[in-house]
Design a protein around this ligand. Structure first.
Ligand SMILES: [Zn+2]
Ligand SMILES: [Zn+2]
Ligand SMILES: [Zn+2]
Length: 275
């Protein structure tokens, strides 16, 4: 299996779109891996995870073959993960030769947002978007394009059921874990017995420890330790940290140095990891 991180920032991007703090100014000056767009990943060039407002720039920058993407997993409805307005471009009049529908899997909140957007879009153009939305439930098993996947419960926005994803194919298992604070006990109970080849963790606040919603590096260390103690991870497991906010304070190099002390890989926009 292969995962490519297309966007590795938190909500506002890094530099933050309207921010003039020191780390944003420094990121802008240094460029390279310090520039982070909104959260998105692609698995085996086939399964897209989240659809933020930066999807179009990811398509241009990384050669993402959007017309051929058949499957999209949505974690939750926050704007840095879900911009359903873009799906209205998957309609006759806006796209030619779409070759079938895009299957989207996500929670109820993301569906309601999409529904509202689609109702408005149909007012000015009657063509239906070539998409199929599946409202899925946590801890239920699903399949798409030969991948087995299970949405897990996150500790994030109490107003909706935010999902993490367990994704399996050909004997490999990926744990895709943002946005979330330290995992809820129901999720810990559920993953007992699984072994993860790659664990992708939310490290939004970097140097700051958080109680819920997101994590910092010290929270990630706790998660990795518990996974190892439970046998869900071992020395072969790759741990990746991502979804960084400028409020966390560490530019790429510093983040990478701190993460390396714990054996974690620091994600950057465009990074690919095979496992
Ligand atoms: Zn986010
Ligand atoms: Zn800033
Ligand atoms: Zn969020």
């Amino acid at each position: 299996m292969k995962i490519q991180y297309l966007g590795t920032a938190a909500a506002e991007g890094w530099p933050g779109i309207f921010c003039r703090c020191d780390v944003c100014k420094k990121a802008l000056r240094l460029g390279g891996k310090n520039i982070r767009t909104r959260s998105q990943a692609v698995i085996d060039d086939k399964i897209l995870v989240d659809l933020p407002q930066d999807t179009y720039s990811h398509m241009l920058t990384y050669g993402l073959d959007m017309p051929n993407i058949r499957t999209l997993f949505v974690t939750h409805s926050h704007q840095d993960h879900w911009y359903p307005e873009e799906l209205m471009m998957r309609r006759e009049g806006f796209a030619v030769d779409m070759n079938g529908v895009l299957d989207i899997y996500g929670n109820d909140a993301a569906f309601h947002y999409l529904d509202r957007v689609e109702a408005e879009a149909l007012e000015y153009s009657p063509n239906k978007a070539q998409i199929r939305y599946h409202q899925i439930r946590e801890f239920q098993e699903y399949t798409a394009q030969g991948y087995r996947f299970i949405p897990l419960k996150a500790a994030h926005n109490p107003r909706e059921n935010c999902f993490l994803y367990l994704i399996q194919k050909d004997g490999k298992t990926l744990f895709y874990g943002n946005d979330t604070g330290y995992l809820p006990e129901e999720t810990w109970d559920f993953i007992q017995g699984y072994h993860f080849d790659l664990v992708s963790m939310d490290c939004t606040m970097q140097k700051t420890r958080l109680e819920t919603n997101h994590m910092g590096l010290s929270n990630n260390v706790d998660v990795a330790k518990r996974l190892r103690d439970m046998g869900c991870a071992n020395d072969c497991t790759k741990f990746v940290v991502t979804h960084f906010s400028h409020n966390g304070g560490w530019l790429h190099e510093e983040m990478e140095e701190r993460a390396k002390e714990h054996g974690f890989i620091t994600a950057y926009d465009g990074m690919t990891v095979e496992f």
